[in-house]
Design a protein around this ligand. Structure first.
Ligand SMILES: *Cc1c(COP(=O)(O)O)cnc(C)c1O
Length: 345
């Protein structure tokens, strides 16, 4: 076995509803969309049954046309994959040689480090004051590949456009993970036209609520997109995934309306959480809120789980103290959470 395998911590997916004894679980731990899929997505899934004896066509041209319509980029700029997760892996496979320098500002999504390590990269994890990434410090790091996430998981803040431009102009390759971009209403994907070293990752799991289907895409300079397509598993996206993704883009107004509800619930939740004395919510532009917990953590986790409420433990590198990440749910789920938290005061 390769030596590096021993040093890799398996990705921690948090607690799943299946892990709890109760049936009425309020899952606020995985940043999923809490609403039902659109009727068109449902129908597309059922219609996929007609195709399941066949291989999906691996150029995924129909999916790319739909993504093209959604993003405004031509299909040459698009690479697809089995979730944005696979694209993180593919980008590492395409760009990183042994001991290349990879920079991952912390705290951020833990999957970047796993795939960079698998390429035997030399990784640095800078931590910035108030999570404000400083382009000058980044430039000094002299990275082959840098991972940025905006809105960032788990802090929820976005990185401003000028910072991304400054970083892209002084770096070799930059991944900008925009898995939550639709919730912030801010995207820097158009900068791909200006910077041929910028790779923007997107997902169907959050805004389009298709986490169970596994579809993601990258928007980047055509040669990089082509390289990613080369290393991807040829049939990585299944027929049902492909068809539901296309249908989701067609029902985009439905998802826009859900997003508006999620964003207004986020604002309400933020306000209510800040009224709880032992919680400090971070301002968020995503569909989740990070909170610092000034109380005995075991007590909080246990009490919430007893009520069937799942949050994500966000005590990761770069965050001091106890932190929990709360996915914004439907109103009644958020109310149940608030009530449970208040009962702990
Ligand atoms: C959820 C998430 C992803 C990936 O999601 P997929 O389900 O693999 O598309 C990527 N990046 C961040 C920061 C995420 O939170």
């Amino acid at each position: 076995m390769r030596e590096v395998i021993r040093f890799i911590n398996k990705y921690d997916p948090g607690i799943f509803p299946e892990d709890l004894p109760t049936r009425d679980v309020i899952q606020l731990g995985s940043n999923e969309n809490p609403f039902e899929p659109s009727e068109d997505v449902r129908m597309a899934y059922i219609k996929s049954l007609e195709n399941i004896t066949r291989y999906p066509k691996p150029d995924y041209s129909e999916l790319k046309r739909a993504i093209s319509e959604y993003t405004g980029f031509p299909p040459e700029n698009i690479a697809v994959g089995c979730g944005a997760s696979e694209l993180i892996q593919s980008v590492c496979n395409v760009l990183i040689e042994e001991l290349d320098r990879v920079v991952i500002p912390m705290p951020s999504y833990t999957l970047y480090a796993i795939y960079a390590m698998l390429r035997s990269a030399s990784i640095s994890f800078p931590v910035f004051k108030n999570y404000r990434i400083d382009p000058e410090v980044i430039a000094e790091e002299d990275a082959k590949l840098l991972f940025l996430c905006s809105p960032n998981n788990p802090t929820g803040n976005t990185i401003d456009r000028e910072t991304i431009k400054a970083i892209a102009s002084s770096s070799q390759y930059v991944v900008l993970d925009e898995a939550y971009a639709e919730f912030s209403g801010k995207s820097c994907v158009d900068l791909v036209n200006e910077f041929d070293n910028l790779i923007v990752l997107r997902s169907f799991s959050k805004f389009f609520g298709l986490a169970g289907m596994r579809i993601g895409y990258a928007i980047c300079h055509p040669p990089i997109a082509e390289a990613i397509e080369k290393v991807r598993l040829p049939f990585a996206i299944s027929y049902p995934a492909l068809n539901t993704a296309i249908a989701a883009i067609k029902s985009r107004e439905y998802y826009e309306a859900l997003k508006d509800r999620i964003v207004s619930e986020r604002r309400r939740l933020e306000k209510e959480l800040s009224r709880i004395e032992w919680l400090k919510p971070y301002p968020s532009e995503a569909n989740f809120i990070l909170v610092r917990v000034e109380k005995d953590k075991e007590g909080v986790d246990k009490k919430l789980l007893e009520r069937g409420i799942v949050l994500r433990d966000a005590s990761i590198m770069g965050l001091d103290g106890i932190h929990l990440r709360i996915t914004v749910g439907r109103k009644e789920q958020n109310d149940a959470l608030l009530e449970a938290l208040r009962s702990l005061e």
